[in-house]
Design a protein around this ligand. Structure first.
Ligand SMILES: Cc1cc2nc3c(=O)[nH]c(=O)nc-3n(C[C@H](O)[C@H](O)[C@H](O)COP(=O)(O)O)c2cc1C
Length: 233
């Protein structure tokens, strides 16, 4: 595994810089994101390509009392150990060992940035719970997809998600996708007044990164290029 290092990409390549500087950010300043900026960022998601231009998915900015009640309910449900079936299977079941190692490495990167020891279950739970508060980011987005879509639709929607992340990055804003939200699809639909057709894909936290927060020093790695890409013929 190698660190994804901006210096490995050609200097002056502004797009490469956005890609290499983006990180999942899990602590935010209270500074609000102007509505116009948010709209520009979501526009990048809207313009993503999709197979046959089907344009799956939608983004909902959850605010005010609705957000407060949603987060309280998510936290309570998670603390109570409530279980709901996900609308889609995010992780492979069972998880092959090579992927399990990557999962553990990313968790270790996160918890070591926070100084949380492997056996500190309480500390880990406290961090995990923050998923359900959108890491207190000023913007809390919920991403949905119509139930008719299969893997192709999710692939298309992933392009929108990344477009949104890079658009945020280009405006000096940070993001974190929150797949943990997909654990409580029924609860989220109830709070947002969505019908059963709206499958819950993930949340997204968006805002100004808190530069002083230890959690934001988390650094992940990637597999080597020759594991990811090869040339044949
Ligand atoms: C679709 C998606 C869902 C994710 N869900 C979560 C999550 O629920 N909680 C979390 O802390 N990080 C979540 N992440 C962040 C990943 O852990 C992170 O992208 C990965 O470890 C690589 O780190 P980086 O984004 O800083 O490069 C998610 C990322 C993606 C793309």
């Amino acid at each position: 595994m190698v660190s994804h290092d901006p210096d490995r990409l050609p200097l002056g390549d502004a797009h490469a810089r956005l890609i290499t500087e983006r990180r999942s950010t899990r602590a935010y300043l209270a500074q609000p994101v102007p509505e116009e900026t948010l709209r520009h960022i979501v526009e990048a998601a809207r313009l993503a390509p999709s197979g046959a231009n089907l344009q799956p998915g939608s983004f909902i900015a959850v605010q005010g009392e609705v957000r407060q009640r949603l987060c309280e309910d998510l936290v309570q449900s998670w603390r109570a150990g409530a279980q709901e079936g996900e609308d889609y299977a995010y992780f492979p079941q069972p998880m092959p060992m090579v992927l399990r190692r990557r999962q553990v490495a990313s968790a270790q990167a996160l918890y070591s940035a926070l100084g949380i020891a492997r056996e500190d279950r309480g500390g880990r739970d406290e961090q995990f719970e923050r998923n359900f508060r959108f890491f207190d980011a000023p913007v809390a987005l919920v991403v949905t997809i119509d139930r008719e879509f299969g893997p192709g639709g999710y692939m298309d929607l992933g392009m929108s998600l990344y477009g949104l992340m890079l658009a945020a990055q280009s405006r000096g804003l940070a993001t974190c996708a929150i797949g943990a939200m997909a654990s409580f699809p029924g609860l989220i639909r109830r709070h947002l007044g969505l019908d059963e057709n709206a499958h819950i894909v993930c949340g997204i936290a968006l805002g100004h990164a808190d530069p002083a927060a230890p959690v934001n020093t988390t650094r992940t790695t990637r597999c080597k290029l020759d594991e990811f890409f090869r040339t044949l013929g």
